[in-house]
Ligand binder design. Structure first.
Ligand code: GRF
Length: 213
């Protein structure tokens, strides 16, 4: 399976995906890293690992349709099978998402469907919730919506700041995103309406909450 990863800045999740994909027998190949931001730090890592990079700057386009059309043309030229959004800070149009239906996955730093959108760690702390976490899901046109593939729960401590909480969640993100990509590449993720089920899992593993992987 040929994979494109979309980033906008640091790219630590992208790095986790690349490292996992370089392990023997991993069922997916990362063939390009695409950024809308020419200054994204993650581009340097990609270049250092000899992965082709592509910048498609949204500022060069008049509207979202034209920007997404440019991305689509590039992906089709690269014969991409699956897109991983990894800190990609642009909303994709419904047309684009529907063109790539069930072939785009995203990571979000909360236990969806709670805390969609931005400033999630501040909002999680302010809510008084005892747990938050991270989610990898199949992308649908609505923001941070779509069938859940993998989640990890992280406790919210009384002493937590948004930064300390974000750092503990990020550690889990780097575990569940490679796992979710592997399951997608193995075609073990079966989508039934709004629910993704993992084929070949025993019931106790099926939720994939806090996997050891
Ligand atoms: C991560 O917290 C991810 O969940 C969110 O944006 C952040 C990106 O971080 N979508 P990085 O660029 O992968 O380091």
């Amino acid at each position: 399976m040929k994979v494109a990863i979309f980033i906008s800045s640091r790219g630590s999740n992208m790095q986790a995906l690349v490292k996992a994909s370089q392990e023997e027998g991993f069922p997916a190949e990362i063939v390009t890293i695409l950024s809308n931001n020419p200054d994204a730090g993650g581009l340097e890592f990609a270049k250092a690992h000899n992965i082709p990079t592509k910048v498609i700057n949204h500022r060069d386009y008049d509207n979202r349709d034209d920007f997404d059309a440019a991305i689509n043309e590039y992906l089709e030229g690269m014969q991409i099978d699956l897109i991983c959004l990894a800190g990609f800070m642009r909303l994709l149009t419904a047309d684009f998402v529907n063109r790539w239906r069930d072939s785009i996955i995203n990571i979000h730093p909360s236990l969806l469907p709670a805390f969609k959108g931005l400033h999630v760690h501040e909002r999680a702390i302010e809510s008084g919730a005892r747990f938050t976490g991270c989610t990898v899901h199949v992308v649908r046109p609505e923001m941070d919506d779509g069938p859940i593939i993998a989640q990890a729960a992280v406790p919210i401590l009384q002493k937590d700041t948004p930064e300390s909480l974000a750092a503990r969640i990020l550690e889990q993100e780097h575990k569940i995103y490679p796992l979710a990509l592997k399951l997608m590449a193995q075609r073990k993720v079966k989508i039934h309406g709004s629910i993704a089920r993992i084929e070949g899992c025993v019931e106790s593993e099926a939720s994939l909450l806090n996997p050891e992987a």
